[in-house]
Design a protein. Structure first.
Length: 210
């Protein structure tokens, strides 16, 4: 197998990045945002446009990709939480223009003072190989360079995932909502691996997230 590389995303990778974002969101959620009169393919096409834009939260410029050869097999989308409302305008414009739907009422999922992980996804066939761990660590290094903690949301209905993120150094901050889902907001506030980081925790994160 080709050695996995973590790199900044490129414009020509937009379609695959969009597919990975949909994988992370899950297709039921994507269909919700597309509405009853449009398809998942319609949503995918809209998301490709968002990845290609520079002013979108899903922009390729906000994305790290995992590559096997030249194939994109994972991605991590992150951005300064202070930019959320500016970056979200592109999503609101695209959903309004493409689907005739208004999501301007959505609660903020992040805020100033953190590098927010919007999306972390690995292709199904490549999970269990430490790829999500590598993407997560690269994003933590990106945050350290910006002198920001890393933040993310985890579904309240997925305590196993929360335990795994906590084993990577993330800690509970507060409750949050994403779309219609009750979430828990976690942050990791150090520049490297936590002092008490254990190999078995790393293996658990690898097995669960990729």
């Amino acid at each position: 197998m080709d050695k996995i590389r973590i790199e900044n995303a490129a414009l020509h990778q937009a379609s695959t990045i969009a597919s990975l974002v949909m994988l992370a969101m899950n297709h039921d959620c994507c269909q919700y945002f597309a509405g009853p009169h449009h398809t998942l393919d319609d949503f995918h096409q809209m998301l490709i446009r968002l990845v290609k834009r520079r002013d979108s939260q899903y922009s390729y410029q906000n994305t790290l990709v995992a590559l096997a050869g030249e194939d994109v097999i994972g991605c991590c989308v992150s951005y300064d939480g202070s930019r959320l409302r500016d970056l979200r305008r592109a999503f609101l414009e695209e959903t309004r223009d493409s689907f005739g739907l208004d999501y301007s009422h959505m609660a903020d999922e992040t805020q100033a003072g953190e590098l927010y992980i919007d999306t972390l996804a690995v292709s199904v066939g490549y999970r269990g190989q430490g790829i999500a761990t590598s993407l997560l660590q690269a994003t933590c290094e990106k945050a350290a360079a910006l002198h920001l903690p890393v933040g993310l949301l985890v579904d309240k209905g997925n305590p196993k995932a929360e335990r795994l993120y906590k084993s990577f150094g993330f800690r509970y901050v507060n409750d949050a909502v994403w779309g219609t889902h009750p979430m828990r907001h976690l942050q990791r506030c150090d520049d490297g691996l936590p002092v008490n980081y254990k190999d078995n925790h790393k293996n658990n994160l690898t097995n669960e997230l990729g």
